[in-house]
Write a protein that binds this ligand. Structure first.
Ligand code: KG4
Ligand code: ZN
Length: 342
Protein backbone atom coordinates (compact mmCIF):
# COMPACT_ATOMS: atom_id res chain seq x y z
CA UNK A 1 0.00 0.00 0.00
CA UNK A 2 1.34 3.42 -0.90
CA UNK A 3 1.76 6.19 1.67
CA UNK A 4 1.12 8.85 -0.94
CA UNK A 5 -1.54 11.39 -0.19
CA UNK A 6 -3.60 12.90 -3.00
CA UNK A 7 -6.17 15.28 -1.62
CA UNK A 8 -9.01 17.12 -3.34
CA UNK A 9 -9.72 20.37 -1.46
CA UNK A 10 -13.05 22.20 -1.58
CA UNK A 11 -13.65 25.74 -0.32
CA UNK A 12 -17.04 27.47 -0.46
CA UNK A 13 -17.31 29.41 2.80
CA UNK A 14 -18.12 32.80 1.29
CA UNK A 15 -18.30 33.97 -2.33
CA UNK A 16 -15.51 31.97 -3.99
CA UNK A 17 -16.11 28.46 -5.28
CA UNK A 18 -12.72 26.77 -5.18
CA UNK A 19 -11.23 23.33 -5.71
CA UNK A 20 -7.60 22.16 -5.66
CA UNK A 21 -5.55 19.02 -5.83
CA UNK A 22 -2.57 18.60 -3.50
CA UNK A 23 -0.22 15.62 -3.80
CA UNK A 24 2.02 14.97 -0.78
CA UNK A 25 1.79 18.68 0.10
CA UNK A 26 2.50 19.91 -3.42
CA UNK A 27 -0.22 21.86 -5.24
CA UNK A 28 -1.06 20.28 -8.61
CA UNK A 29 -3.96 22.60 -9.40
CA UNK A 30 -5.95 25.37 -7.74
CA UNK A 31 -9.13 26.69 -9.30
CA UNK A 32 -11.16 29.64 -8.05
CA UNK A 33 -14.43 30.86 -9.47
CA UNK A 34 -15.15 34.27 -7.91
CA UNK A 35 -18.69 35.55 -7.84
CA UNK A 36 -18.85 39.00 -9.42
CA UNK A 37 -22.60 39.44 -8.97
CA UNK A 38 -22.17 40.77 -5.41
CA UNK A 39 -20.27 43.89 -6.49
CA UNK A 40 -23.43 45.86 -7.30
CA UNK A 41 -24.73 45.23 -3.75
CA UNK A 42 -21.48 46.36 -2.12
CA UNK A 43 -21.20 43.09 -0.16
CA UNK A 44 -21.91 39.38 -0.35
CA UNK A 45 -25.61 38.40 -0.63
CA UNK A 46 -25.77 34.96 1.09
CA UNK A 47 -28.68 33.57 -0.93
CA UNK A 48 -27.03 34.47 -4.26
CA UNK A 49 -23.71 33.07 -3.03
CA UNK A 50 -25.05 29.62 -2.18
CA UNK A 51 -26.97 29.34 -5.47
CA UNK A 52 -23.84 30.27 -7.42
CA UNK A 53 -21.81 27.65 -5.48
CA UNK A 54 -24.37 25.04 -6.51
CA UNK A 55 -24.02 25.94 -10.17
CA UNK A 56 -20.23 26.13 -10.11
CA UNK A 57 -18.96 23.43 -7.80
CA UNK A 58 -19.07 20.54 -10.28
CA UNK A 59 -17.31 22.38 -13.14
CA UNK A 60 -14.71 23.83 -10.76
CA UNK A 61 -13.88 20.39 -9.30
CA UNK A 62 -13.74 18.88 -12.80
CA UNK A 63 -11.33 21.57 -13.96
CA UNK A 64 -9.11 21.15 -10.90
CA UNK A 65 -8.88 17.39 -11.47
CA UNK A 66 -8.26 17.81 -15.21
CA UNK A 67 -5.50 20.41 -14.69
CA UNK A 68 -3.88 18.19 -12.06
CA UNK A 69 -4.17 15.26 -14.46
CA UNK A 70 -5.66 13.16 -11.70
CA UNK A 71 -8.43 10.58 -11.90
CA UNK A 72 -10.99 10.74 -9.07
CA UNK A 73 -10.25 7.10 -8.23
CA UNK A 74 -6.64 8.07 -7.35
CA UNK A 75 -7.73 10.47 -4.58
CA UNK A 76 -6.94 9.41 -1.03
CA UNK A 77 -9.10 12.01 0.76
CA UNK A 78 -11.43 14.95 0.23
CA UNK A 79 -10.84 18.03 2.38
CA UNK A 80 -13.56 20.63 2.82
CA UNK A 81 -14.10 23.87 4.75
CA UNK A 82 -16.56 23.22 7.58
CA UNK A 83 -16.60 26.77 9.00
CA UNK A 84 -16.60 29.61 9.80
CA UNK A 85 -18.58 31.08 6.93
CA UNK A 86 -22.04 31.55 5.47
CA UNK A 87 -24.27 28.60 6.35
CA UNK A 88 -25.79 28.16 2.89
CA UNK A 89 -22.39 28.45 1.18
CA UNK A 90 -20.72 25.97 3.55
CA UNK A 91 -23.54 23.46 3.04
CA UNK A 92 -22.95 23.34 -0.70
CA UNK A 93 -19.24 22.49 -0.32
CA UNK A 94 -19.86 20.03 2.52
CA UNK A 95 -22.74 18.29 0.77
CA UNK A 96 -20.67 17.87 -2.37
CA UNK A 97 -17.51 16.75 -0.52
CA UNK A 98 -19.31 14.19 1.64
CA UNK A 99 -21.16 12.66 -1.30
CA UNK A 100 -18.05 12.64 -3.49
CA UNK A 101 -15.89 11.04 -0.79
CA UNK A 102 -18.59 8.49 -0.04
CA UNK A 103 -18.79 7.56 -3.72
CA UNK A 104 -15.02 7.10 -3.88
CA UNK A 105 -14.78 5.31 -0.55
CA UNK A 106 -12.25 7.78 0.87
CA UNK A 107 -12.30 9.85 4.05
CA UNK A 108 -13.58 13.40 4.19
CA UNK A 109 -11.57 15.82 6.34
CA UNK A 110 -13.34 18.90 7.68
CA UNK A 111 -11.03 21.91 7.90
CA UNK A 112 -11.45 25.18 9.78
CA UNK A 113 -11.17 27.96 7.18
CA UNK A 114 -8.84 29.90 9.49
CA UNK A 115 -6.57 26.88 9.90
CA UNK A 116 -6.44 26.79 6.09
CA UNK A 117 -5.29 30.42 6.03
CA UNK A 118 -2.73 29.71 8.79
CA UNK A 119 -1.24 26.87 6.72
CA UNK A 120 -1.34 28.88 3.47
CA UNK A 121 2.02 30.60 4.00
CA UNK A 122 3.69 27.18 4.23
CA UNK A 123 2.36 25.78 0.94
CA UNK A 124 5.30 24.39 -1.01
CA UNK A 125 7.44 24.42 2.15
CA UNK A 126 6.97 22.93 5.59
CA UNK A 127 5.56 24.48 8.74
CA UNK A 128 8.13 26.08 11.07
CA UNK A 129 9.47 23.65 13.64
CA UNK A 130 9.16 26.08 16.54
CA UNK A 131 6.35 28.44 17.66
CA UNK A 132 5.51 31.21 15.26
CA UNK A 133 3.13 34.14 14.98
CA UNK A 134 0.42 34.18 12.37
CA UNK A 135 -1.54 37.33 11.61
CA UNK A 136 -4.79 36.49 9.82
CA UNK A 137 -6.15 39.52 8.01
CA UNK A 138 -9.17 38.80 5.84
CA UNK A 139 -12.65 40.09 5.08
CA UNK A 140 -14.18 38.33 8.05
CA UNK A 141 -11.29 37.98 10.50
CA UNK A 142 -8.37 39.78 12.06
CA UNK A 143 -6.55 37.59 14.54
CA UNK A 144 -3.04 37.35 15.87
CA UNK A 145 -2.34 33.69 16.63
CA UNK A 146 0.57 32.03 18.41
CA UNK A 147 1.03 28.69 16.67
CA UNK A 148 2.90 25.73 18.09
CA UNK A 149 3.92 22.47 16.51
CA UNK A 150 1.07 20.01 16.09
CA UNK A 151 -1.23 22.86 15.08
CA UNK A 152 -2.00 24.15 18.52
CA UNK A 153 -3.31 27.69 18.49
CA UNK A 154 -3.37 30.46 21.09
CA UNK A 155 -5.25 33.59 20.04
CA UNK A 156 -3.28 36.58 21.29
CA UNK A 157 -5.41 39.31 19.76
CA UNK A 158 -8.50 39.86 17.71
CA UNK A 159 -10.52 42.72 16.31
CA UNK A 160 -12.98 44.40 18.63
CA UNK A 161 -15.16 45.49 15.70
CA UNK A 162 -14.51 45.38 11.94
CA UNK A 163 -12.02 43.01 10.33
CA UNK A 164 -9.17 44.66 8.40
CA UNK A 165 -10.60 43.57 5.02
CA UNK A 166 -14.05 44.74 6.08
CA UNK A 167 -12.57 48.21 6.76
CA UNK A 168 -11.10 48.24 3.24
CA UNK A 169 -14.46 47.17 1.79
CA UNK A 170 -16.49 49.71 3.78
CA UNK A 171 -14.17 52.62 2.97
CA UNK A 172 -14.16 51.60 -0.71
CA UNK A 173 -17.94 51.79 -0.59
CA UNK A 174 -17.76 55.31 0.91
CA UNK A 175 -15.41 56.26 -1.91
CA UNK A 176 -17.62 54.49 -4.46
CA UNK A 177 -14.78 52.48 -5.97
CA UNK A 178 -16.36 49.02 -5.96
CA UNK A 179 -16.32 45.70 -4.15
CA UNK A 180 -14.17 44.03 -2.94
CA UNK A 181 -12.57 47.24 -1.80
CA UNK A 182 -9.11 45.97 -0.83
CA UNK A 183 -7.73 45.41 -4.32
CA UNK A 184 -9.29 48.70 -5.56
CA UNK A 185 -7.77 50.74 -2.71
CA UNK A 186 -4.43 48.95 -3.09
CA UNK A 187 -4.32 49.85 -6.82
CA UNK A 188 -5.28 53.50 -6.33
CA UNK A 189 -3.05 53.98 -3.29
CA UNK A 190 -0.01 52.96 -5.33
CA UNK A 191 -0.24 56.39 -7.02
CA UNK A 192 -1.20 58.31 -3.87
CA UNK A 193 0.55 60.14 -1.06
CA UNK A 194 0.11 58.41 2.32
CA UNK A 195 0.96 61.69 4.10
CA UNK A 196 -1.92 63.54 2.37
CA UNK A 197 -4.03 63.28 5.54
CA UNK A 198 -3.43 61.63 8.90
CA UNK A 199 -6.37 59.45 9.89
CA UNK A 200 -6.38 58.35 13.55
CA UNK A 201 -4.81 55.01 14.54
CA UNK A 202 -6.44 53.00 17.35
CA UNK A 203 -3.93 51.57 19.81
CA UNK A 204 -5.49 49.14 22.27
CA UNK A 205 -3.98 47.35 25.25
CA UNK A 206 -2.56 43.94 24.40
CA UNK A 207 -2.78 42.74 20.84
CA UNK A 208 -6.36 43.60 19.95
CA UNK A 209 -7.32 45.65 16.91
CA UNK A 210 -10.06 48.16 16.13
CA UNK A 211 -10.83 49.53 12.67
CA UNK A 212 -14.34 50.96 12.92
CA UNK A 213 -13.11 54.33 14.29
CA UNK A 214 -10.84 54.69 11.28
CA UNK A 215 -13.72 53.98 8.90
CA UNK A 216 -15.87 56.56 10.71
CA UNK A 217 -13.10 59.13 10.59
CA UNK A 218 -12.90 58.73 6.79
CA UNK A 219 -16.67 59.28 6.66
CA UNK A 220 -16.48 62.40 8.88
CA UNK A 221 -13.55 63.71 6.89
CA UNK A 222 -15.49 63.43 3.63
CA UNK A 223 -18.73 64.80 5.08
CA UNK A 224 -16.86 67.70 6.72
CA UNK A 225 -15.65 68.94 3.36
CA UNK A 226 -19.06 69.94 2.06
CA UNK A 227 -20.39 68.75 -1.27
CA UNK A 228 -18.45 70.97 -3.67
CA UNK A 229 -15.05 70.39 -2.10
CA UNK A 230 -15.76 66.68 -1.66
CA UNK A 231 -16.67 66.22 -5.33
CA UNK A 232 -13.50 68.02 -6.43
CA UNK A 233 -11.36 66.04 -3.99
CA UNK A 234 -12.86 62.71 -5.04
CA UNK A 235 -12.05 63.58 -8.63
CA UNK A 236 -8.46 64.72 -8.12
CA UNK A 237 -7.18 63.25 -4.87
CA UNK A 238 -8.79 59.81 -4.66
CA UNK A 239 -5.40 58.00 -4.76
CA UNK A 240 -4.18 60.22 -1.88
CA UNK A 241 -7.22 59.44 0.27
CA UNK A 242 -6.77 55.72 -0.44
CA UNK A 243 -3.06 55.89 0.41
CA UNK A 244 -3.72 57.81 3.65
CA UNK A 245 -6.40 55.33 4.77
CA UNK A 246 -4.31 52.31 3.78
CA UNK A 247 -1.30 53.68 5.66
CA UNK A 248 -3.38 53.93 8.84
CA UNK A 249 -4.52 50.28 8.55
CA UNK A 250 -0.99 49.09 7.84
CA UNK A 251 0.44 51.18 10.71
CA UNK A 252 -1.98 49.53 13.16
CA UNK A 253 -1.18 46.02 11.97
CA UNK A 254 2.58 46.61 11.97
CA UNK A 255 2.48 48.23 15.43
CA UNK A 256 0.79 45.18 16.99
CA UNK A 257 3.09 42.77 15.16
CA UNK A 258 6.17 44.68 16.24
CA UNK A 259 5.19 44.50 19.91
CA UNK A 260 4.19 40.83 19.67
CA UNK A 261 7.50 39.87 18.04
CA UNK A 262 9.39 41.61 20.84
CA UNK A 263 7.33 40.03 23.61
CA UNK A 264 7.08 36.46 22.28
CA UNK A 265 10.59 36.19 20.86
CA UNK A 266 9.43 34.23 17.80
CA UNK A 267 11.74 33.88 14.80
CA UNK A 268 9.02 33.37 12.16
CA UNK A 269 5.99 35.48 11.37
CA UNK A 270 3.33 34.58 8.80
CA UNK A 271 0.77 37.05 7.47
CA UNK A 272 -2.15 35.45 5.68
CA UNK A 273 -5.67 36.14 4.37
CA UNK A 274 -6.97 38.45 1.65
CA UNK A 275 -5.42 41.64 3.08
CA UNK A 276 -1.96 40.05 3.07
CA UNK A 277 -2.07 40.54 -0.73
CA UNK A 278 -1.82 44.29 -0.06
CA UNK A 279 1.33 45.72 -1.65
CA UNK A 280 2.01 48.32 1.06
CA UNK A 281 1.50 45.79 3.86
CA UNK A 282 3.92 43.40 2.13
CA UNK A 283 6.49 46.18 1.79
CA UNK A 284 6.19 47.28 5.43
CA UNK A 285 6.25 43.66 6.61
CA UNK A 286 9.55 43.03 4.87
CA UNK A 287 11.01 46.15 6.48
CA UNK A 288 9.76 45.02 9.91
CA UNK A 289 11.37 41.62 9.38
CA UNK A 290 14.70 43.29 8.72
CA UNK A 291 14.36 45.61 11.73
CA UNK A 292 13.50 42.74 14.11
CA UNK A 293 15.67 40.06 12.51
CA UNK A 294 12.76 37.65 11.98
CA UNK A 295 11.68 35.68 8.91
CA UNK A 296 8.49 37.07 7.41
CA UNK A 297 6.38 34.83 5.17
CA UNK A 298 3.36 35.77 3.15
CA UNK A 299 1.70 33.46 0.66
CA UNK A 300 1.80 34.36 -3.02
CA UNK A 301 -1.31 36.48 -3.82
CA UNK A 302 -3.22 33.45 -5.22
CA UNK A 303 -3.08 31.80 -1.78
CA UNK A 304 -3.81 35.01 0.19
CA UNK A 305 -7.41 35.19 -0.97
CA UNK A 306 -9.80 32.33 -0.32
CA UNK A 307 -8.65 29.21 -2.16
CA UNK A 308 -8.92 25.45 -1.86
CA UNK A 309 -5.19 24.70 -2.05
CA UNK A 310 -4.85 25.91 1.56
CA UNK A 311 -7.72 23.62 2.62
CA UNK A 312 -6.21 20.55 0.95
CA UNK A 313 -2.75 21.49 2.26
CA UNK A 314 -4.06 21.91 5.83
CA UNK A 315 -5.64 18.46 5.56
CA UNK A 316 -2.33 17.06 4.33
CA UNK A 317 -0.57 18.54 7.39
CA UNK A 318 -3.28 17.23 9.74
CA UNK A 319 -3.15 13.74 8.32
CA UNK A 320 0.65 13.70 8.32
CA UNK A 321 0.76 14.50 12.06
CA UNK A 322 -2.05 12.07 12.86
CA UNK A 323 -4.63 14.72 13.72
CA UNK A 324 -8.05 13.81 12.37
CA UNK A 325 -10.20 15.60 14.93
CA UNK A 326 -13.08 16.08 15.09
CA UNK A 327 -14.15 12.48 14.42
CA UNK A 328 -16.93 11.58 12.01
CA UNK A 329 -18.32 13.41 9.04
CA UNK A 330 -17.94 17.19 9.20
CA UNK A 331 -21.01 19.40 9.35
CA UNK A 332 -21.39 23.11 8.59
CA UNK A 333 -20.42 25.30 11.53
CA UNK A 334 -20.94 28.95 10.51
CA UNK A 335 -19.48 30.34 13.77
CA UNK A 336 -16.70 27.79 14.18
CA UNK A 337 -13.92 29.37 16.28
CA UNK A 338 -10.27 28.59 15.77
CA UNK A 339 -9.93 25.70 18.21
CA UNK A 340 -7.35 26.26 20.87
CA UNK A 341 -5.50 23.20 22.02
CA UNK A 342 -3.51 22.84 25.20
O1 KG4 B 1 -9.33 35.88 2.77
P1 KG4 B 1 -10.36 36.49 1.91
O2 KG4 B 1 -10.32 36.20 0.42
O3 KG4 B 1 -11.80 36.11 2.40
C1 KG4 B 1 -12.15 36.00 3.75
O4 KG4 B 1 -11.87 34.94 4.36
O5 KG4 B 1 -12.69 37.01 4.26
O6 KG4 B 1 -10.28 38.05 2.16
C2 KG4 B 1 -11.11 38.95 1.46
C3 KG4 B 1 -10.78 40.35 1.94
C4 KG4 B 1 -11.70 41.40 1.36
O7 KG4 B 1 -12.14 42.22 2.42
C5 KG4 B 1 -10.81 42.16 0.42
O8 KG4 B 1 -11.17 43.53 0.28
C6 KG4 B 1 -9.44 42.00 1.06
O9 KG4 B 1 -9.44 40.69 1.56
N1 KG4 B 1 -8.34 42.15 0.11
C7 KG4 B 1 -7.42 43.13 0.17
C8 KG4 B 1 -6.58 42.97 -0.96
N2 KG4 B 1 -7.00 41.88 -1.66
C9 KG4 B 1 -8.09 41.39 -0.98
N3 KG4 B 1 -7.25 44.12 1.07
C10 KG4 B 1 -6.24 44.99 0.85
N4 KG4 B 1 -5.40 44.91 -0.22
C11 KG4 B 1 -5.54 43.93 -1.14
N5 KG4 B 1 -4.71 43.86 -2.18
ZN1 ZN C 1 -10.68 33.58 4.07
Amino acid sequence: MSNDSLILGIESSCDDTAAAVVANGKVLSSEISSQQMHSRFGGVVPELASRAHQRRIVPVVRTALRKADVAPSDLTAVAVTRGPGLAGSLLVGLGFARAYAFGLGVQVVGINHLEGHICSASIGRSLPTHPWLCLIVSGGHTQLVFVEQGLSFRILGTTRDDAAGEAFDKVARLLDIGYPGGPAIDRLAAQGDPAFHRFPRARLDGYDFSFSGLKTSVLYYLNGLGEKKRTALMRRRLPDICAAFQEAVVDMLIDVLHRAIGETGVRDVHIVGGVSANARLRQRTEALGETCGVRMHMPPPAYCIDNAAMIAFAAHIRLSIGRTDPPGNPVAEPNLPLATFA
